[in-house]
Design a protein around this ligand. Structure first.
Ligand SMILES: NC(=O)c1ccc[n+]([C@@H]2O[C@H](COP(=O)([O-])OP(=O)(O)OC[C@H]3O[C@@H](n4cnc5c(N)ncnc54)[C@H](OP(=O)(O)O)[C@@H]3O)[C@@H](O)[C@H]2O)c1
Length: 308
């Protein structure tokens, strides 16, 4: 890589704690490089409760913005001067621009998934009856972005039903879309499934590394042409069941990559072509390889007591 950083370099940070297993800074830097921007994104560990100190430091350094991961995605809302209504309602922001000392925030998780689904579907999202499975941090923002593409209705199901109700009520208020909610239970899911034309799995269930659905019988009740999407990747039990039934499936990789295009537009007003996503894929491979080298070195150091 050519050395290009100087006093004109636009400085961005990726903040969170922990950060050592993340790959966002690799992805962002690959996108800056692709767009030929004089910009750099530096990962910085910022502990819970230290957001205020970080923001002062970022302003002092004339940083242009930052990308936020756990545990700050909700706490950042207390520091923002401006935020879009959906991110504010769902208390989830993962990108901030610093403009003349003012903090402008936006959540892009939802846009990433909505773009990924839109790109994969040959036809439009307009009028689809959407089932959101799960009501955690990413579910509301994804449903909100899908509403912006003109879906017809949303049903939200969750183990904790009050959270599903909050998302349904908020979407109805913000977008005037037809919304309902219910429990994440097979009987309820089987009852609503025949009307669904897009199902988006947003829980942490079924990745093969933890808890799974009690039953996936409801997948067999989806109608012909229904599409199944999942925030997890590469394969989940939900996507496996949908595939077995012959449904088109979309895993969570696209959500991660498409978010990079939304990120470039938010921070720089630059619209990148889809070819940029090949760079994003390469950046993730590099991040994973470097992470595994680092993990091996740390393991060795722990075993032999070296600290280099
Ligand atoms: N592809 C991407 O780019 C991308 C980006 C962000 C996140 N993700 C993934 O998306 C997933 C969800 O993220 P999040 O931030 O929304 O997490 P979150 O806020 O912790 O929400 C977790 C969701 O899973 C449900 N859940 C967890 N354990 C359950 C169980 N045993 N039985 C039933 N439901 C259960 C929760 O239900 P309750 O509300 O009842 O607890 C909630 O709906 C994570 O696995 C994350 O890795 C992917």
């Amino acid at each position: 890589m050519r050395v290009k950083y100087n006093t004109d370099t636009q400085l961005f940070f990726q903040i969170g704690d922990p950060l050592d297993q993340g790959c966002a800074a690799y992805l962002h830097n690959a996108m800056y490089e692709f767009a030929n921007l004089n910009a750099v994104c530096m990962p910085a560990v910022v502990k819970k409760g230290e957001l205020g100190k970080f923001i002062e430091a970022a302003k002092t350094l004339d940083a242009k913005g930052f990308d936020i991961t756990m545990p700050h995605k909700t706490d950042i809302l207390d520091y923002l001067d401006e935020c879009d209504p959906a991110s504010e309602a769902f208390r989830c922001v993962n990108h901030v621009n610093i403009v003349n000392g003012r903090l402008v925030g936006k959540g892009l998780d939802g846009e990433g998934m909505a773009l990924s689904i839109k790109n994969e579907l040959a036809d439009t999202l307009r009028g689809r009856n959407v089932l959101m499975i799960g009501a955690g941090a990413v579910s509301g923002p994804i449903a909100a972005s899908l509403c912006e593409y003109g879906i017809g209705s949303v049903t939200v199901v969750n183990r904790t039903v009050e959270k599903a109700q909050y998302i349904a009520d908020t979407l109805a208020r913000l977008y005037g879309v037809d919304c309902s909610y219910g429990p994440l239970e097979n009987d309820f899911l089987c009852a609503v499934a025949p009307e669904i034309t897009l199902a988006v799995q947003c829980t942490s269930l079924g990745s093969g590394h933890g808890r799974d659905f009690d039953s996936l019988e409801f997948v067999s009740r989806f109608p012909q042409g229904c599409v199944a999407a999942d925030v997890l990747y590469p394969m989940t039990t939900f996507l496996g069941a949908a595939k077995k039934r012959g449904m088109p499936t979309i895993d969570g990789r696209g959500m991660l990559f498409q978010q990079q295009l939304a990120m470039m537009e938010f921070h720089f007003g630059v619209k990148l072509p889809d070819e940029a996503l090949l760079e994003a894929e390469e950046a993730v491979e590099i991040a994973i390889a470097m992470r595994s080298v680092r993990n091996r070195r740390m393991e060795k150091n722990k075993r032999y007591g070296s600290h280099d």
